[in-house]
Design a protein around this ligand. Sequence first.
Ligand code: AMP
Ligand code: FE
Ligand code: FE
Ligand code: ZN
Length: 278
Amino acid sequence: MSSFVDLHIHSNLSDGLHTPTDVLADVRRRELTAFAVTDHDTLAGYRAVRDLTNDSDPELVPGVELSVSGGEYDLHLLAYYLDPDYTPLLKILEDFCNHRNQRAGVIVERLNGLGVEITLDDVIRVAQAAAVGRPHIATAMHASGAVSSYQMAFDKYLGNGKPAYVPKKNFDPELAISLVHEAGGVVVLAHPAIEETFQHLEMLVGLGLDGIEVYHPSHKPKQVDQFKHLAERFRLIITGGSDSHGRAGRYGEIGSLSVSEDLMPALRQRARQRKERA
Ligand code: AMP
Ligand code: FE
Ligand code: FE
Ligand code: ZN
């Protein structure tokens, strides 16, 4: 029987809907053999799920999804097997988290200026313990009836380049990659088809990128082949996951992508190499 993993899962400690308890329940139901909770710019999701697991659970890989910006682009990097207590990284993430909350206020002001009547309180009620992201704002907008759907909030207001889009403080790629390596982890380019961030692959490889997320719900079969070839060409490890946020749309459900466990040995080996060099 084949075994499956899911290396890209969000909880409600970033912009997912599922609590850590729900995430773990889903992982158990799906009988995955390994999984990673990769919340945006925080290790709190990983930590919360880790504290709920027991010895009979599948392997939980430490993970986080980092937001990176360069001159003209934004992209996401997934980090795996890093030391979740590496202070230099945690300090920066905390700073980003505070910045996110301030940015939410700016976005709400912009929306108000565009005639959308929502308050920062509405948004914070959605985000609860999480650092505020655009998905929380989109959810609050939909709940208040300002837009007809969650996706419409992005298409009309919040998406990159739309009128209420406010950029946030992000890592530059060099710093993100070197911090994760210092923390003994590996770095993977997330969902390279979204906004065609595969264009930056060669640059990232030059900075020490370890892998590419070949399997993602947004990838068409042709793109999966394309990214496999890129992995081979640049000697990158291959990862994959549902990017579950607990809501339908551009994401999958936990375990829904049937990513084979066969990719784990190469990932673990790369992590061992990084730890030796860290
Ligand atoms: P933030 O980190 O606050 O900038 O929000 C980024 C998150 O918003 C991404 O991880 C996605 O979950 C979501 N997102 C960004 N752009 C879109 C879009 N055009 N449509 C749907 N979701 C989006
Ligand atoms: Fe997200
Ligand atoms: Fe992402
Ligand atoms: Zn994600």
